[in-house]
Write a protein of this length. Structure first.
Lengths: 604, 380
């Protein structure tokens, strides 16, 4: 422990994306000594990748919009598997959280009256997304980052948490006592002593080959929560965003914002056919246009026309694209065509979708004001995550909170575009406040056991002790390939069983992965070897839950169980871990109160 | 098309380093970062490189490619001849941590100095009203992905470590400009930007604009208008009875450092690089030769007056020196010679802006210039 720094805080927030920053700001403002610990530089978190906007029923464009409509859209988009209370809180509080950003310096696009402009997105009945061109996530993170720095909240950047530490004292009740970390720069260790830890670590997308997610998305928060005794729910629900880039290879998987469709873009197959009309599911028939004329008229007149099928929820669009490609009607590089060029003027495209224009021009040599884009589904988001209390974001482990993508429940089986940024803000604030309140209410601070710190340090150094082991990059690549082919957008029982076997083998290989090269200072090989632990844990969680859920719903499609089963609509799959073994249970969904149920019966 | 790329990468740490040459198989459509990743996965697992989104949105993978400051994820291999050797070095203006990773905490310290946006009232219930045309000016600067390539390129601090304490750099000048242009802000940071953040050091050579991957017109739309606004406050020609640019609605703030120390924590400094018993025993630390040195040596007092050209050799195919190096050598001596005088008076700024700015603002600047000339003559 010679080179281990120790730091004392009330609340340690793990992750500096939208939810982590918002949680830290809230905890700080509630009077807690707060630290932010993040794997990358401050301001680089995955939130910058969010393009479209923040869904909030501010009714700036459509006076008919309100939180009830937003709530209903969210629940329907998630195929009613959402935690109703989270969906309600989100819909109710998102507008205030957006206005707050503006008070902190965010510059959203405006309506002619000078209010925040709102755009259309899949699954949302009204134009509801507050946006800044197509770089809303960047605006959000910069605003929160600048706010956090202005408040003087301590930031440990390029610093990776590897283990949560629990209270070792008698009567500690299994509560959180802190976290163990290493500095990427020096490879030296840190122990955070803190009664409350807020996980805001994002998602798991790095477990797949074709993903819109960055290297950071290794599921650290999911895995650490599980190891610390918390439960995960709905891990089988992984969102494949319908429109990822397919060409050139270096950008395969990189996201093309749904705003392209929100702004009028349409999907076509190799025959030039606007194929989404063939894929309108029964569940959404009443509100979806069945002909091009009505779909096109909708952009100007939402009241008298039904929405275009291109704006169905993401799971529906992704499956449709997948089917077209499989049927041989794909584009030259294995996607379908997303066409905005023939639909809007070059000026409009450049103004409304500047970063998409830039991205294709720079990386793909494609001028999207002249040619269609080639797109295919890409792993984008995990709906599943740490099971939390809706109002406080507290997990079952006292002192442990989870917020944003690492938490589960809010989005049910499928997240609507635009609901993630709102989720980060609404529940980030709640988590930070409640973590601070929890700490203030403690009579004694929990104690970190020295033995636990030693164990964490040993675990972190293990890869150095295997001089002849395998290259961790090779293990990671194989994991990604297996997950992509066996646990991807369309799943089958036998393939999922095979995936679990492969994951067992990969675990064995990862246990022998070694660090080559010299030193602990900024050594990515070492970092990868450590990341493998959480990647394998979350991959196993996904495959195991996916095998269990014998139906298709939202972000989980079973080729062998293509129908949505009402019985499965009543339960969550809950995962816990004991001594390295995963336990899977079915748990009834929380029951929605009658006044909310009515929103669905009236046929809103 | 698949081929083996000749890749030359600077490897080392704060104690020194050298170039290492590799042959890396690459494919059509790939970018420099793909080649670096493949190198890392297959040949050099401990090669340190910073990256996140790989889509030009996060600004992490800044480096110098054949001497040009670029994002590795946005530099396509097809822009080079397949036979050409591509040389990748870390950003020169910041101390090396390891290989291609530099310590950019300078930027986070400067960020801390900016007095935050301060609107007049609360926005509860969404009462703020702003017109699109008014927010668009600020929005251009908020496109910034904080890659710090502009900071890296700016000759005021590139090879001039001694200027760093007094100079915030282009990235933060556009932040000051953004706040000054915000329709609802109530603070006046103009004097602070000039007196304490080193706005006057900038002699608008536009190197920053040239390297900006977001194509932000840093100089034309940010720094020059900000300099004009500074001139408005400093040299308001009261004797003419004009109140051009006076803003009674804003409260003057500053100086730098008023916000307190940076909250960004850094690792407790180990006196020797931390190794692992077995692993580091064999680790050799190559010493950096003078001619190959691509980055600051870590000693704060750099005394060179003319900036050395980037250490990375220019490939035969690309234009020699690149725009930044050329501009730097032209501007470098001016800055060094004028030194602090430039920062106090801002000669370059006022004279140049009169030519380039929009008519109305140009007129204001012209009056400011006149005031400056009068003052100068009085001083004499």
């Amino acid at each position: 422990m010679a080179d281990t720094e120790t730091h004392d805080y009330d609340v340690v927030v793990v992750g500096a994306g939208g939810s982590g920053l918002r949680a830290a700001i809230a905890a700080h403002e509630a009077g807690a000594r707060t630290a932010i610990v993040c794997k990358s530089l401050l301001g680089k978190a995955h939130t910058v990748m969010a393009e479209g906007g923040i869904a909030a029923a501010m009714a700036n464009v459509w006076p008919e919009d309100n939180w009830q409509v937003h709530f209903r859209d969210t629940m329907r988009g998630g195929k009613m598997l959402n935690n109703w209370r989270m969906a309600q809180l989100h819909a109710q509080e998102a507008p205030e959280r957006v206005w707050e950003l503006e008070e902190w310096g965010a510059l959203f696009d405006r309506t002619p009256e000078g209010k925040i402009s709102q755009r259309d997105f899949g699954g949302h009945r009204y134009a509801r997304l507050a946006h800044v061109g197509d770089r809303t996530g960047l605006e959000m993170i910069r605003t929160l980052q600048q706010r956090a720095v202005d408040l003087g909240i301590d930031v440990f950047m390029e610093c990776t948490i590897t283990r949560l530490l629990k209270d070792g004292s008698a009567g500690g009740n299994g509560r959180v006592a802190g976290a163990f970390a290493y500095w990427r720069e020096t490879g030296t260790f840190l122990t955070f002593r803190a009664p409350a830890v807020v996980l805001a670590t994002g998602g798991i997308g790095k477990s797949f080959t074709v993903t819109s997610n960055s290297w950071e998305y290794t599921g650290d928060g999911h895995a650490m929560a599980l190891w610390a005794g918390a439960s995960l729910i709905n891990m089988e629900f992984v969102q494949f965003h319908p429109t990822g880039m397919v060409w050139p290879p270096s950008v395969k998987g990189i996201l093309i914002t749904e705003s392209v469709r929100g702004e009028g873009g349409v999907l076509r197959n190799s025959e030039g056919k606007r194929f989404m009309f063939d894929y309108i599911p029964e569940f959404f028939k009443a509100e979806t246009a069945d002909n091009e004329a009505e779909a096109d008229a909708w952009y100007a007149d939402h009241k008298n026309n039904r929405r275009p099928p291109e704006l169905l929820p993401r799971d529906e669009v992704a499956r449709a694209i997948n089917s077209e490609i499989k049927a041989g009607r794909g584009s030259p590089h294995g996607g379908v065509f997303l066409d905005i060029a023939t639909r809007r003027t070059p000026e409009d495209i450049q103004r409304r979708l500047p970063s998409m224009y830039h991205q294709f021009k720079e990386l793909g040599d494609v001028d999207i004001t002249k040619e269609p884009m080639e797109v295919a589904p890409t792993c984008h988001y995990v709906m599943g995550g740490v099971e939390v209390d809706a109002d406080t974001q507290a997990s079952v482990v006292p002192g442990l909170y989870a917020v944003g993508e690492v938490s589960g429940g809010m989005h049910g089986s499928n997240r609507l575009g635009g609901n993630s940024l709102g989720d980060l803000l609404v529940f980030g604030k709640r988590a930070g406040e409640h973590a601070a309140e929890y700490v203030a209410g403690l009579s004694a601070r929990p104690a970190v056991a020295a033995a636990d710190v030693d164990a964490a340090e040993q675990e972190a150094l293990e890869p150095f002790g295997r001089p002849s082991g395998e290259n961790p990059y090779a293990v990671m690549k194989d994991l990604q390939e297996h997950m992509q082919s066996l646990v991807g957008i369309i799943r089958r029982g036998d393939e999922l069983e095979q995936a679990l076997k492969e994951i067992d083998r990969l675990k064995e290989r990862a246990a022998h992965a070694s660090v080559q090269g010299s030193g602990r200072n900024y050594n990515p090989g070492w970092h990868t070897a450590l990341d493998l632990r959480s990647m394998l844990t979350v991959s196993e969680c996904i495959a195991k839950s996916a095998l269990e859920r014998t139906e298709s719903r939202g972000g989980h499609t079973r080729d062998d169980y293509p129908a949505t089963d009402p019985e499965w609509g009543k339960v969550n799959l809950v995962l816990t871990e004991r001594r390295g073994a995963l336990k899977l249970e079915r748990k009834p969904l929380p029951q929605m109160p009658d006044e909310l149920k009515e929103l669905f019966e009236e046929g809103h | 098309m698949t081929y083996d790329l000749n890749l030359r990468v600077w490897r080392g740490d704060a104690d020194g380093g050298d170039f290492a040459s590799f042959r890396v198989p690459v494919e059509e459509g790939e970018v420099v970062l793909d080649a670096i990743h493949r190198l890392q996965a297959e040949q050099a697992p401990d090669l340190a490189v910073r990256w996140n989104c790989k889509a030009g949105k996060c600004g992490s993978c800044s480096a110098e490619i054949n001497g040009k400051p670029r994002l590795m994820c946005m530099t396509r291999l097809s822009s080079f001849d397949p036979t050409e050797t591509i040389t990748v070095t870390p950003m020169r203006t910041f101390p090396v941590i390891r290989d291609l990773v530099t310590d950019v905490s300078f930027n986070f310290e400067k960020a801390r100095e900016v007095p935050a946006f301060a609107p007049a009232g609360s926005n509860a219930g969404g009462q703020f009203r702003m017109q699109q045309v008014d927010v668009e000016r600020g929005q251009e600067f908020r496109k910034c992905i904080e890659c710090f390539l502009c900071q890296n390129t700016c000759h005021v601090i590139r090879d001039h470590e001694e200027n760093k304490p007094a100079f915030a750099g282009p990235r933060f000048f556009i932040r000051y400009a953004e706040l000054d242009m915000h329709p609802l802000d109530t603070l006046d940071r103009r004097e602070m930007a000039q007196e304490h953040e080193g706005l006057g050091y900038c002699n608008i050579t536009k190197c920053c604009t040239e390297v900006c991957p977001e194509s932000i017109k840093i100089t034309d739309n940010g720094i020059i208008p900000l300099k004009e606004r500074v001139v408005d406050t400093k040299y308001d020609p009261v004797f003419l009875g004009l109140k051009i640019g006076r803003r009674k609605d804003r409260r003057k703030v500053g100086p730098a450092g008023g916000n307190g120390p940076s909250p960004i924590k850094r690792p407790a400094r180990a006196t020797t690089p931390v190794g692992v018993a077995a692993a580091t025993a064999v680790a050799s630390t190559p010493t950096r030769s003078e001619s190959d040195s691509p980055a600051p040596t870590g000693s704060p007092a750099t005394t060179r007056i003319v900036p050395a050209p980037t250490a990375a050799p220019q490939s035969s195919g690309s234009s020699g020196g690149g725009p930044t190096a050329a501009a730097m050598s032209a501007a470098g001596s001016a800055v060094s010679a004028a030194g602090s005088a430039v920062s106090k008076v801002g000669t370059a700024a006022t004279s140049d802006t009169a030519k380039t700015a929009l008519p109305a603002v140009g007129a204001a600047a012209g009056v400011g210039f006149l005031a400056w000339a009068i003052r100068k003559s009085r001083r004499r």
